[in-house]
Design a protein around this ligand. Structure first.
Ligand code: NAD
Ligand code: UD1
Length: 340
C-alpha cells in the first residue's frame, strides 16, 4: 500500500483529499500544525471513511522536525497543502507568508531528494494568472505580476519546483492551479471552517444565512459583466479532492509527459456573485440579506478555467453542480452552528 504524506491535511481542501485518497486504498499520514484547523477534523474523516489517518502535529517551518519525520516514515508521495492563504493578511505580514509558504516547500523538497521520494503534488492557484487577457484561461496563459505576497508565494513556489525538477530527474511534480473551491462533503462531517470573519464569498453567504453576519456585501455591480458583478469558476471541493488522487495516480503510473506539469482545476464555467447568491437562496430556501458596496481592491473582473488539459491528460472532470456545492456548504454551516 502506498503511503502518502498530506501536509495541511486537517485543512479545508486537505481533509477532503484525505478522504478521497483513503477511498482509493492509499495509506495516509497527515502533518498539520493546527494553525488554521482543528484536531476534531480527524473525527470527521474517520466518520466518513472508517479509518483514522495517522497524524503528526508538526510545524513544517521547523526544519529539524521535518527531517525527523522523514527519518521515521517511509513516504511514497507528498501532497503539499500546508500554507497560509489569507490575501489581506499577506499584505500586512509578508514575511509570515514568505516563511510559511516558501521555507516549508524547500524543506519538503530537500527531503524528497534525501529519501528519493519521487511524487510531489503542489497546491497552486488561479491567482497566478492575475487579470487574464483571454477567457477561458489555459495553462499556457502568462503568469502576471502578483497582486499580493500570498499570490507571489504561489508563483515563486512553482518556480522553486520547476527549478528543482529540472536538475533532479528522479523528482516528478504536478502543480494544481485551483479556481474557487466551495462546498463540503455530502455527509457534513467535514467542511470549510474559516477562523474569524470569512474573506471568501460562500462562507460569508452561509454565515449570513445562519445569522452570524448581518448582511453580505457584494463587492461591486459595475464590472463589465452581464449583471455587473464579478465572475469566478466555483468548483466543488469533493471534485477538487478527486483530482488530487488522479494526479497522484498519474505520477505513480508514470503517465506524465514531463517531470513538472501544471493543470487548471475548475469547472470551466463562470458564475457571477449575484448568480451565486440567487442559487444559494434557491437551494437553501433562505432569503439572504445583501447590499451592493464598492469594489474590493485587487479583485479581477472575470476568471474561469479552460479544463481541456485536465480533462484530456488527467482524465478528470467535475461531476458536481454549483447547486450541490452550495447545498452541502449550507448543510455544513447548519451542522457547525447547531441549526436544523
Ligand atoms: P486551510 O487553511 O484550510 O488548510 C491549510 C492547512 O495547513 C491548515 O490546516 C493549517 O493548519 C496547515 N498549516 C499551515 N501552515 C502550516 C505549517 N507551517 N505546518 C503545518 N501545517 C500548516 O487552506 P485550504 O483552503 O485547504 O488550502 C490548501 C492549499 O490550497 C493552500 O496551499 C492554499 O494556498 C491553496 N489554495 C486554496 C484555495 C482556496 O480558495 N481555499 C485556492 C487556491 C489555492
Ligand atoms: C480568492 C483569493 C485568491 C485565490 C482565489 C481562488 C482573496 C482576496 N483572493 O479570490 O487569492 O486564488 O480565491 O480560490 O481572498 N465577494 C463579495 N463579497 C464577499 C466576498 C467575496 O462580493 O464578502 C466577491 C468577490 O468580489 C469575488 C467573488 O465574490 O468577486 C469571490 O470572492 P472570493 O471568494 O474572495 O474569491 P476570489 O476573489 O476569487
Amino acid at each position: 500500500m502506498k503511503k502518502i504524506l498530506v501536509t495541511g491535511g486537517l485543512g479545508y481542501i486537505g481533509s477532503h483529499t484525505v478522504v478521497a485518497l483513503q477511498s482509493k486504498g492509499f495509506d495516509v499520514v497527515v502533518i498539520d500544525n493546527l494553525s488554521n484547523s482543528e484536531l476534531s477534523v480527524l473525527d470527521g474523516i474517520e466518520e466518513i471513511s472508517g479509518t483514522r489517518p495517522d497524524f503528526e502535529e508538526i510545524d513544517l517551518r521547523v526544519k529539524e522536525d521535518v527531517v525527523s519525520f522523514f527519518k521515521r516514515n517511509k513516504i511514497d508521495g507528498i501532497i503539499h497543502f500546508a500554507a497560509s492563504k489569507a490575501v489581506g493578511e499577506s499584505v500586512e505580514n509578508p514575511l509570515l507568508y514568505y516563511e510559511n509558504n516558501l521555507n516549508t516547500l524547500v524543506y519538503l523538497l530537500q527531503q524528497c531528494q534525501e529519501h528519493s521520494i519521487r511524487n510531489f503534488i503542489f497546491s497552486s492557484s488561479c491567482t497566478v494568472y492575475g487579470e487574464p487577457d483571454t477567457l477561458p484561461i489555459t495553462e499556457s496563459a502568462p503568469v502576471k505580476e502578483a497582486l499580493s505576497p500570498y499570490g507571489n508565494t504561489k508563483q515563486i513556489s512553482e518556480e522553486i519546483i520547476r527549478d528543482t525538477c529540472s536538475v533532479d530527474s528522479n523528482l516528478q511534480s504536478i502543480s494544481l492551479r485551483y479556481f474557487n473551491p466551495i462546498g463540503a462533503h455530502e455527509s457534513a462531517a467535514i467542511g470549510e471552517l474559516p477562523k474569524g470573519t470569512p474573506q471568501n464569498l460562500v462562507p460569508y453567504i452561509t454565515q449570513t444565512a445562519a445569522g452570524l453576519r448581518k448582511e453580505l456585501s457584494v463587492f461591486g455591480d459595475d464590472y463589465h459583466t452581464p449583471d455587473g458583478s464579478c465572475i469566478r469558476d466555483y468548483i466543488h471541493v469533493v471534485d477538487l479532492a478527486e483530482a488530487h488522487v488522479v494526479a497522484l495516480q498519474r505520477l505513480i503510473g508514470e503517465k506524465n509527459t514531463s517531470n513538472f506539469e501544471i493543470f487548471n482545476l475548475g469547472t470551466g464555467r463562470g458564475s457571477s456573485v449575484l448568480e451565486v447568491v440567487n442559487a444559494f437562496e434557491k437551494v437553501s430556501g433562505e432569503k439572504l440579506n445583501y447590499k451592493i458596496v464598492d469594489r474590493r481592491a485587487g479583485d479581477v473582473t472575470a476568471v474561469y478555467a479552460d479544463t481541456q488539459k485536465a480533462n484530456d491528460e488527467l482524465g478528470w472532470k467535475t461531476k458536481k453542480t454549483m447547486e450541490e456545492a452550495l447545498s452541502s456548504a449550507w448543510s455544513w454551516e447548519k451542522k457547525v452552528r447547531g441549526l436544523k
